[in-house]
Design a protein around this ligand. Sequence first.
Ligand code: ZN
Ligand code: ZN
Length: 352
Amino acid sequence: MQSRGWVLVEGGKPLQSRTMELAAPSSGEVIVEVDACGLCHTDLGYADGSVAPRHALPLVLGHEIVGKVVQAGAGAETWMGRSVIVPAVLPCGDCAFCRAGRGNACPKQKMPGNDCDGGFASFCLVPARPLVAIDDAPAHIDRRELGVVADAVSTAYQALKRADVREGDVVFVVGAGGVGGYAVQIARALGAHAVAIDLDAGKLDAISRHGAERTIVSRDRAPKDVRKEAHGIAQEWRVPSLRWRALECSGHPDGQTLAFALLAQGSTLVQVGYTPTPVTVRMSNVMAFDATIHGSWGCPPELYADVLRLIYAGKVVLTPFVEHAPMSRVVESLDAMAHHKLTKRLVLDPRS
Ligand SMILES: [Zn+2]
Ligand SMILES: [Zn+2]
């Protein structure tokens, strides 16, 4: 089968459009006809050469894939014709991590557009087992937008689960962009309070209409100053610091420094964003506060059903944060992202 893909040939050079021959699916694999693929900041890292994908180049990027199964290998026949999300983290399903419900940490996991060709293409070849069916999506849901569930939304959900967020908790979300914005919405859907913290007042304004009860603009402010304001809000709500959770979603060294500063007696911090830059923090605070720090990477496919339930019920909304664009404009779109000109998640359509 022929597929048209947008290929990274060399970091720092524009993606190239190429026609490729896809192998027939082997046992347990399927070919998905891509309806849409979200454009993530991680793609920009690969494209501009600042991060090397694990697979050798050339490589088709894209890991927020939604589409329809059009060919199935042996054992995967039941997937034929189904609409699916391809999770950004594809666990092996068999190892000790997967059996313990920690498939997102599976050492044998594959990520489309990183370990294998991804979704900036008309078709992609993927393992069937981790796929998530969306045939039952209600009519008011634009299925192309569900591509963002593969990373941005499910990553936020997994991070909140990792933090054991429950009703009545206070969640401080540092960085209210892609993942952070969904973390705010999901925290509220789980019955927690949400405080969104960001450099950008515009982003905070958008998320205050979708769940953030309070917002803090952190630009040009010392971490201890922001800490005082954030802790003051949680105290107003009379929630003990034992039930405060900070999620670092900015992926910026200043955001990480701030999130660490938000730790308090018995509280929890989850690191979600990525930056290659190290930060200096006083780790002894974790001891003194009897605090907890977790990392959170992706989301195991078995949690997607919970995420979709929230979206289908309208408790988490995608449309205000998503913009549709043709895949043929992926080079320009990456450029716009590099210049901070995108305010919404782009969902790219390979048919246009
Ligand atoms: Zn991503
Ligand atoms: Zn595994």
